[in-house]
Write a protein that binds this ligand. Structure first.
Ligand code: MN
Length: 343
């Protein structure tokens, strides 16, 4: 069926607790819901969670794109979803989160029309995925307490935010690992270290036998050489997040051997580039994780279906819906502890 209308709606969410990462502290998230209407009354939903920090996106300017997007895709049939994906690729640089929401809403509408869940349209590789949960930057005592609490909730992979102070970060990660024996960690510096600091941090972690599986975005996004240096000097796997927005970024990082992992986020890449990065990473033997911005359950749903459908991710960091206050759960998945099961 053909697309007859497109509507954007801004939604505001409060965080349960201040979410503090290197260079950013926030209490609210503003997302844009995208609703597609088909000729026969079928609808499809997507959610954009724009990021100024990573993408340079501003909500008030993104909402003005509603009429342009409608103009671009009205009359297209969701069964020809590649046509809609191609049109939306034009927003890769200026509005990647809107691109993601419209592309996903297209798949959601197609799913409703043919009666097949999105994760099965994408291949149905897995029936279940598992997520970690994030501990954001705070004083040492608070981070340890939060880590214990999260670990005791059953999250055996904790994502620990670091990057603002190397010495304090060393003390924190050591204290956290002492207090949560048996846990695994992903550490994310969100571009906060110099390459030298990042190498020191990685060696400290290794020397102390701390069970860190992935070291995310140690250095500034545009320092590919620095990333590569850290990768080869670090005993721990290094991942690009802010450095890898589009499939072109990801390709260049892989071609130049800069990373062990890429953290794919739909809000940086949309569905189309996410799928391209997956195939390139498989070809290059680079590991993949999937992450999120500040999506509600509606937006996390998108990544759950992509992750399960493609089965491409060794690690999932899909927890933002647990960090914000929502009136109503709207994912087409069920959550049992750490497990996310698409339906
Ligand atoms: Mn990250």
């Amino acid at each position: 069926m053909k697309i007859s209308d497109v509507k954007f709606e801004v939604k505001r969410y409060e965080y349960h607790e201040t979410f503090h990462i290197t260079g950013s502290s926030r209490n609210i998230a503003e997302n844009i819901e995208v609703k597609l209407f088909l000729d026969d009354g079928t609808t499809g939903m997507g959610e954009a969670s724009p990021s100024y920090r990573v993408n340079g996106e501003i909500v008030s300017s993104l909402v003005t794109l509603e009429s342009n997007v409608k103009e671009m895709i009205k009359g297209l049939d969701v069964r020809d979803y590649a046509k809609i994906f191609n049109v939306m690729d034009g927003l890769s640089k200026s509005a990647p989160s809107i691109k993601a929401a419209v592309q996903y809403a297209t798949l959601d509408a197609l799913s409703a029309e043919i009666g097949l869940p999105v994760y099965r349209i994408l291949g149905g590789s897995k029936d279940t995925i598992e997520t970690d949960k994030t501990v954001s930057i705070d004083v040492l005592e608070k981070m340890v307490q939060k880590s214990i609490e999260t670990f005791s909730q059953g999250f055996h992979v904790l994502k620990i935010k670091v990057g603002e102070n190397l010495k304090e970060d060393m003390d924190k990660i050591l204290a956290i690992s002492d207090a949560t024996k048996g846990a695994e960690y992903v550490v994310d510096a969100n571009q906060g270290y110099s390459p030298k600091e990042a190498i020191q941090f990685a060696r400290f972690i290794y020397d102390n036998g701390i069970n860190v599986k992935i070291f995310e975005q140690p250095v500034i996004w545009n320092d590919f050489e620095g990333l590569k240096l850290v990768r080869y000097e670090s005993p721990i796997s290094v991942a690009a997040d802010e450095s890898a927005r589009t499939k072109y970024d990801a390709y260049n990082l892989m071609k130049d051997d800069c990373v062990d992992f890429i953290n794919i986020k739909l809000m940086k890449s949309g569905v189309s580039d996410a799928l391209a990065i997956i195939e390139t990473a498989k070809t290059a033997n680079v590991g993949l994780m999937i992450g999120c911005m500040s999506e509600s359950s509606l937006g996390i749903n998108q990544s759950v279906h992509i992750a399960a459908g493609t089965g491409a991710f060794v690690h999932c960091d899909l927890d933002s819906h647990m960090l914000i206050k929502e009136d109503k759960f709207r994912g087409k998945f069920t959550q049992k502890g750490t497990k996310l099961i698409p339906s």
